[in-house]
Design a protein around this ligand. Sequence first.
Ligand code: OGA
Ligand code: NI
Length: 372
Amino acid sequence: MLTSAAQINTMTSYSALGRRFGENEKTAAKLLLTDLASGIDRVPDNYIRSEADRPNLTEVEASDASYIPLVDLQGLSGPNRDDIIRQIGRACQQDGFFQIKNHGIPEEKVQAIMNIAREFFHLPESERLKNYSDDPTKSTRLSTSFNLKTEKVSNWRDFLRLHCYPLEEYMHEWPTNPPSFRKEVGEYCTRVRELVFKLLEAISESLGLEREYISQNLGEHGQHMAMNYYPPCPQPELTYGLPSHTDPNLITILLQDDVPGLQVLRNGKWVAVNPIPNTFIVNIGDQMQVISNDKYKSVLHRAVVNRNTERISIPTFCCPSPEGLIQPAQGLIDHEHPPVYRSFTWEEFYQKFYHRGLRTECCLDMFKIPSA
Ligand code: OGA
Ligand code: NI
């Protein structure tokens, strides 16, 4: 049963969707893409990008290991630390993206959360809809695309968004179906948080800052997670799972299944990331770019979809606390490297980010100090 609030929500959204699809289309209005996609053999108009804004899939380069560096974290707290930190620093500076192996999260835990995400998105529509909301301010919600209220073209994606820190504060909002959802996802969140802190310390050191500079100076870091579900798409060349964007947060740890879809912009070309089992993708977010005073890059990336295969990705977003002050680290500023950005709080940044929607132009420009 839907709650009454959800029912109201459902009714208004159904009528909105009805208009968007055109009443005479054979597709009945659906709140979630998953339930729409299963019955159609063409992409509905409101998912079709203008010709200038399509993925051009034939022009995408295949990745090899040299494009998205693979960093082995084995020995990070031992004799290999300096070498690993150098590799991480180089990747952050040149690529903004890297993959990690031997990251310390057991394979069974990773498999478990991936299985749970898949089970969740395969639940009957009525069961999934218990978690539905199109209100972006809700800390737990299942929704679709990016922001239905503001966007003109929709994305070929459903997603479950969860706040994950502190766990006790949010876990009671999470789905209870599959039955082990809260337990497994909670354990995964705790493990990923440990990994995030190891990486923040390594990145801090790679910039020549104190080990704790990034992990300790920005208040208590928030942690959010998305479970992205990209259904098979009859015309993947016309639409995106997620269009080109940078991540607004500090750092993202992406878990993906074995289906390709993530693409990273490198030297003006889109590079398809080939998933490697038992690895995570790490990418620098906008806040890290600011702290590093533009030494490290928050790089554009996007998700494309596949004709016959569903795809699941599970990014964990590490964010500064709302009042955390973001600014170029003092230790990186000198005569030759004046600060590129003014200081601001994460709260201020996020407000601005959200109101402009998911766009290719990076929101960071709004915080730049005008150069003399
Ligand atoms: C994201 C993202 C990529 C993917 O959620 O911010 O970039 O492969 N996801 O799903
Ligand atoms: Ni992203």
